[in-house]
Ligand binder design. Sequence first.
Ligand code: HEC
Ligand code: HEC
Ligand code: HEC
Ligand code: HEC
Ligand code: HEC
Length: 168
Amino acid sequence: MKKIVVFILFLIGVVAGVIFVQAMINQSAMVQPIKFNHQLHHKKMGIDCIFCHKYVETESRASIPNIDVCGICHLVLIGNSSEEKKVHEYVKNQKRIPWLSIYHVSDYASFSHRRHVAIGKLSCNLCHGDMGTLTSPPEKQFLKIKMENCINCHEKRHVSTDCNQCHR
Ligand code: HEC
Ligand code: HEC
Ligand code: HEC
Ligand code: HEC
Ligand code: HEC
């Protein structure tokens, strides 16, 4: 009997190990198709966050810009960087850039940019860090999307922490 218990515990350990390693691999596999430079476009050229992340004040999801936005400037080659060539190719061939999103809330919880940015007047930096200074895409979340991080801020700012506000 004891042997079986030990064996089952061993199996559980192996499965947990495999899941953990896979989670680590998924975490580190966030490589964007183009090495986009926020600093160049925002800090240097002065393009507003909302010019690219169009729905950040009006909808739940901010959205990641694609060839319709990039194409305004990259329909022709401006410089001679190989990364810019990639954007130009996507625009020229009318192919969507397959951006990944490192920030993602599961379906069982609800989050709205409109609520936090337009109504709550919170700065992007609180949750995303100083994006405008990054020269390459972020690889991990600045403020991790975890229930306790949502609730910590809600408690600090005296916002409701009722379960059904976030889980509807
Ligand atoms: C209170 C925290 C918070 C603030 C403030 C905030 N965000 Fe977010 N952001 C999130 C969370 C959480 C997600 C994941 C949303 C989801 O999966 O629905 C996210 C996702 C995103 C994404 C990924 C794609 C998408 O469509 O949502 C972008 C881009 C983004 N935010 C931009 C911004 C910008 C720009 C601002 C400021 C104008 C901003 N965010 C302010 C928490 C925040
Ligand atoms: C308002 C005009 C404008 C828009 C819109 C724009 N860019 Fe640019 N982008 C530029 C300019 C100007 C440069 C500088 C070119 C150079 O001198 O190399 C640049 C450079 C780049 C580079 C090369 C820079 C580097 O660091 O290697 C990439 C990659 C790039 N842009 C991607 C994008 C993507 C992706 C989008 C859409 C999400 C976009 N750009 C939208 C104007 C723009
Ligand atoms: C010229 C267009 C452009 C501007 C301006 C811009 N962004 Fe972005 N943003 C992008 C693109 C393209 C990506 C996807 C590639 C990457 O992660 O760098 C992105 C990604 C992001 C992400 C990560 C989303 C995710 O889930 O992976 C956040 C957060 C974000 N931007 C916030 C901001 C903030 C805050 C500003 C203003 C300070 C800003 N952006 C200005 C084009 C832009
Ligand atoms: C940096 C602080 C901060 C973080 C982090 C944050 N929130 Fe909020 N949240 C607020 C504030 C402030 C408001 C109130 C906005 C208003 O209506 O004035 C709010 C409001 C809300 C509301 C509406 C509540 C109501 O009373 O109607 C929901 C739902 C919500 N947040 C979900 C989330 C979720 C989910 C997360 C985590 C993914 C999150 N929030 C992270 C500050 C934050
Ligand atoms: C301010 C928003 C917010 C409130 C309030 C909130 N949750 Fe969550 N909850 C979340 C987010 C965000 C996640 C993680 C979503 C993800 O991983 O993508 C989560 C995850 C969960 C999970 C999945 C397991 C876990 O811990 O990740 C359970 C179960 C859960 N919440 C139950 C509750 C219960 C019960 C309450 C009330 C006592 C509550 N939540 C209140 C935002 C909230």
